[in-house]
Design a protein around this ligand. Structure first.
Ligand code: GBH
Length: 446
């Protein structure tokens, strides 16, 4: 039996999510300045198919049809992000009015269609001019971010229902400055930890600004959380899982909710620890209305590194499908951090979709969504205060270092002519949300 709205509390918000650089294109229009991703994509070898977000889904021009499409799915909300370089082309100074105009039209377009706007201020597209000054490794960028937040909130105010400051600071610090897979592509743990600290500080400063400029809008942050499981009960494996939980999850959760970095990881980082000024943790732990949780998979850790359970199935990203991890994670965050509210702000899977006769039979993705929504339902039953769920993503888009070679959409993007085709997963989600037709058939096969 497929899941239905009645399995969730009244008022539970269902939506779809995207981000600016992944869908908009139009990177040179209306005064947008270059971002670190424009630069990164031009460096040979960074993006597996050599592509960039220059055109992407051409959403900058097709946004009215895209909002109609979202509406047709029956969702309550749309999570999108605002491109900082459209608002401040060089990362500082007065607003570029045309940039603000675009997001104002978009937000008003959502309200006209009965969609609640859930905005994210930073989904990785830092103005290149700020990277030239060191990017997030430079402490000043935190205050620049709060100034940018001010410009957005002054224009959009309470028309936006929910502001998330940052999307996944682990990605914009560790993955970008230490692992080097994302822009700016550096490999330096000390810089990465400085970046993480300044992202958190920017989050805290922006939170205070957003609060002072809005009355009803909710303010929060989105983290990518990976529940970590030990490969066995051996002490060394248990320690490895605790360490992985510490670096991915507690490194961000603890400062936000408890006002301190976790001591075990502070010790592990040793001399690479960032310098923390007095008062930083007061700013970082400013009260928030919600925690956004992005969940894709878990990690299974052993003393010898990450393990891949052989009985599990894997997506096209090679990420293990583990719905139970989402239940465990939400219940654990509720218990350890007691956020006022949580939203699952991203959840989804890449599969090798094929468009055949105008249909995409993405049965595995339907199953993925079904099982993860059941996992959210279970977490709510176990006491986690989850208020909404956003599927990643509305449509296939620019998947960062993988370019267009990975498809996460409910909707298939035909990059040849920019047509959008509802995959079976979109039809399934639509059936769940509108209750008009039965999704069971789609879950079964086609
Ligand atoms: C999200 O990032 C992004 O917010 C979104 O823009 C993106 O399109 C989407 O997911 C799909 O990728 O294997 O050790 O690196 C998710 C990034 C992916 C980071 C899983 C952590 C697992 C740990 N996360 N990853 S590891």
């Amino acid at each position: 039996m497929t899941i239905s709205r009645t399995d969730f509390p009244p008022g539970f918000v269902f939506g779809v999510a995207t981000s600016s650089y992944q869908i908009e294109g139009a990177t040179h229009e209306d005064g947008r300045g270059p971002s670190i991703w424009d630069t990164f994509c031009r460096e040979p070898g960074r993006i597996s198919d050599g592509s960039s977000g220059d055109v992407a889904c051409d959403h900058y021009h097709r946004w009215p049809e895209d909002l109609d499409l979202i509406r047709s799915l029956g969702t309550d909300a749309y999570r999108f992000s605002i491109a900082w370089p459209r608002i401040q082309p060089s990362g500082k100074g007065p607003a570029n009015e045309k940039g603000l105009d675009f997001y104002e039209r978009l937000v008003d377009g959502m309200l006209e269609r009965g969609l609640a706007p859930y905005a994210t201020l930073y989904h990785w597209d830092l103005p290149q001019a700020l990277q030239d000054e060191g990017g997030w490794a430079n402490r000043d960028v935190a205050s620049r971010f709060a100034e940018y937040a001010r410009l957005v909130a002054e224009r959009l105010g309470d028309r936006v229902r929910s502001y998330a400051t940052l999307n996944e600071p682990w990605c914009s610090s560790i993955l970008s400055y230490q692992i080097g897979e994302h822009a700016p592509g550096l490999r330096d743990r000390k810089l990465a930890l400085a970046a993480a600290h300044h992202l958190l500080l920017g989050h805290g400063e922006a939170t205070r600004v957003l609060r002072s400029l809005t009355k009803t809008a909710e303010v929060g942050i989105v983290l990518n959380l990976n529940p970590a499981y030990p490969a066995s009960n051996d002490a060394a494996d248990v320690a490895a899982a605790r360490r992985s939980d510490g670096t991915f999850n507690r490194w961000f959760l603890d400062p936000i909710f408890k006002g301190a970095y976790p001591q075990d990881i502070v010790e592990a980082y040793g001399d690479d620890m960032p310098s923390v000024e007095s008062g930083d943790f007061d700013v970082i732990s400013s009260a928030i209305d919600f925690l956004g949780v992005n969940y894709y998979s878990r990690s299974v850790d052993s003393a010898n590194g990450q393990v891949r359970p052989s009985e599990s199935s894997y997506t096209h990203m090679n990420w293990e499908v583990y719905p139970r991890g989402l239940t465990d994670l939400l219940v654990r965050v509720q218990r350890d951090y007691a956020p006022k509210a949580m939203f699952v702000t991203e959840n989804g899977a890449a599969y090798e979709d094929e468009l055949e006769g105008g249909r995409v039979h993405d049965t595995e993705r339907v199953k993925y969504f079904q099982e993860h929504l059941e996992a959210v339902r279970d977490a709510v039953r176990f006491g986690a205060n989850v208020r909404g769920y956003f599927a990643w993503s509305l449509m296939d888009n620019f998947e960062w270092a993988f370019g267009y070679s990975r498809r996460f959409g409910l909707v298939y993007t035909d990059y040849g002519n920019q047509s959008r085709v509802l995959k079976n997963s979109a039809l399934w989600y639509q059936a769940l949300l509108t209750g008009r037709s039965k999704g069971d058939a789609l879950l079964a096969s086609d």
